[in-house]
Design a protein around this ligand. Structure first.
Ligand code: MSP
Length: 559
């Protein structure tokens, strides 16, 4: 018997143009390179589950781009300068750099524990970054966008941001009971500051920024954030204070040729996205500008207003897309140390395993709307989706009872599948349509919605197994039953294969192991292989289900 599973050839692989569809989507560029950025994290405290979300979301985008055959760059790092860090180090009575290193290492550890494929980890205290920022500053000066002026306003150390009169309010601090001034947007305390600063001519860029946002639908996603940005721009822009007096802020990069001033930490931080690609460039940058910049909604203004304006001023290209995600709450409350509702991602990874927690965070995490974290929900998702829907489907079609037939699982010819009897029609249509539907969601960055579609398909496949009862067919010993069994097995194996390929960006380890069970060649795990019937060409029936680890071990019980 020929043990080879032949490709069904129902449709040739999707043409390249379809795979890289047009429009501002995650896979929009036809270039073979893809650059994803994470925000760089403040080092004044340890990582929490919100940081983990940003990390996994960015990593998922990167892995998705790789499935499309792209060479990728994923940058990450730590934001180490500024008053916030200076004060935190002072409070801890530590040397600032030592203080930063301690926390920076924790973030680096988290990236590793999260299985995030970071290609560049930057610390803003790195020498090459210092040089990049100084260069960037000089370019802005040379191009006439920086001037010195008197600045008065409200400053929130926590946000490292100035606010205008209209952006602050007087109220009682819930945690201390003291009356004071607070930023309305972030809720952080502000202090009145009046000083001589360098300013960036931000106001000049208002019209060009509006044009950029309006002329590039999807450049800021989701829509609610795009509208927020347009609202800010349309209500007017003031020039931006881009330095603090050295007397107040020593922990930062000095203004070139004026050491009495320190460069504003946000300018310093934003330049990291260029530093990691070798800025200042002598030749063409390798990856810049970023294809997707992942940011939390709280730092949208910096990325969607200040950053593009700074780039325009420096004569550099703008990011292709800013994906602003929502936040994680717990008990529907903002996570905060004082409320004691901060989730430690290391503990979560330890407890559930990296892929189950990655799955939960992406499945339940919001792009437009906040997600609420609860341990119960993590388990519900794990048991319902990974164990019962996917794991169950896989173990049913790879069961011992069918093992002998799997070894001879062979020729499911195009003809056999095309003559699909009515009992296969629903599942077949679903599997044929699934990749394009999932892609639409993934391209937007809506991986949670994409996951939902994939698991709906596993439901349909499970139903198909239940109603076709392969364990009964296998008892019969006639050629017709034999042929039918092959088709039934094919459908469930095909559903697992397609699902597993698409799940790789989110649960790379588990999806990879599942594909190992199916003996799918490593070269046949790309997005183009999600096409119905494609991708079995290098598989032999005798190899299926060979891995030592059983499906039950793949999705073990956790509590
Ligand atoms: N250092 C700046 C970013 C500079 S980028 C040039 C910063 N750091 S941060 O550590 O405060 O936040 C980093 C990221 O974590 C942000 O994208 C932020 O939105 C995200 N999160 C922080 N708390 C969060 C939640 N509770 N939920 C989800 N993400 C949140 O901002």
């Amino acid at each position: 018997m020929n043990f080879r599973i032949r490709p069904l050839g129902i449709a040739a692989r999707a043409p390249v143009s379809r795979l890289f569809s047009t429009g501002r989507q995650l896979s929009s560029t036809t270039a073979d390179k893809f650059y994803v950025t994470q925000p760089i994290f403040y080092v004044n405290s340890v990582p929490h589950i919100g940081h983990f979300y940003t990390i996994v979301l960015a990593d998922t985008i990167k892995r998705y781009a790789e499935l499309q055959g792209k060479r990728t760059k994923l940058s990450a790092g730590t934001d180490e300068h500024g008053l916030k860090i200076q004060q935190a180090a002072e409070r801890a009575a530590k040397d600032p750099l030592e203080f930063c290193t301690q926390f920076s290492d924790r973030f680096r550890d988290l990236m590793k524990a999260s299985n995030a494929g970071i290609t560049d980890f930057i610390r803003t205290t790195d020498t090459n970054h210092y040089q990049a920022v100084a260069h960037f500053w000089k370019v802005l000066v040379d191009r006439g966008f920086i001037y010195k002026g008197e600045h008065s306003g409200w400053y929130a150390v926590s946000d490292e941001a100035f606010y205008t009169e209209g952006q602050v309010e007087e109220r009682v601090d819930a945690s201390t009971g003291a009356r004071g001034m607070f930023a309305i947007e972030s809720g952080q305390p502000v202090e009145w500051v009046s000083e001589v600063n360098y300013k960036f001519k931000l106001a000049e860029f208002r019209d060009r920024l509006i044009e950029w946002v309006e002329g590039n639908p999807g450049v800021i996603y989701p829509e609610i954030r795009r509208n927020e940005v347009l609202g800010w721009l349309k209500s007017g822009l003031e020039d931006l204070s881009v330095s603090r007096p050295r007397s107040r802020l020593q922990w930062g990069i000095p203004v070139p040729e004026d050491p009495d001033h320190t460069i504003y930490v946000w300018v310093d931080a934003l330049v990291n996205y260029a530093t990691v690609d070798g800025y200042p460039w002598t030749a063409k940058p390798e990856f810049f500008p970023p294809d997707v910049q992942v940011v939390g909604k709280d730092i949208l203004r910096f990325h969607a207003v200040y950053w593009p304006a700074l780039l325009m001023a420096a004569g550099l290209p703008l990011p292709r897309r800013i994906l602003a995600h929502a936040h994680w709450t717990m008990g529907s409350q903002k996570m905060s140390k004082s409320k004691g509702n901060v989730v430690d991602p290391f503990e979560a990874i330890q407890r559930y395993g990296v892929d189950p927690i990655r799955y939960f965070i992406i499945r339940n995490g919001g792009i437009a709307n906040d997600g609420d974290y609860s341990s119960e929900e993590v388990l519900v998702r794990y048991k319902k989706d990974l164990v019962s829907r996917l794991g169950n489907l896989a173990s049913r079609c790879l069961s011992d009872r069918l093992a002998a037939k799997l070894a001879s699982f062979s020729v499911v010819s195009q003809q056999q599948v095309e003559q699909a009897n009515e009992r296969d029609a629903t599942l077949r249509a679903m599997l044929v349509d699934l990749p394009a539907k999932v892609k639409t969601q993934f391209d937007l960055g809506e991986f949670g919605r994409g996951m939902a579609l994939i698991f709906d398909a596993t439901d349909a496949a499970n139903k198909h197994v239940t109603s076709n009862e392969p364990w009964n067919i296998v008892q019969k010993d006639d050629p017709e039953s034999e042929a039918r069994l092959q088709v039934v097995l094919f459908y469930s194996l095909e559903a697992v294969r397609i699902a597993a390929i698409m799940l790789q960006p989110v649960i790379p380890e588990k999806a990879g192991l599942l594909l190992d069970h199916l003996a799918i060649d490593k070269a046949d795990r790309k997005w183009s292989d999600t096409q119905f019937g494609a991708g079995w060409k290098n598989t032999t029936g005798g190899n299926i289900n060979r891995p030592r680890e059983s499906i039950a071990q793949l999705f073990p019980k956790i509590s």
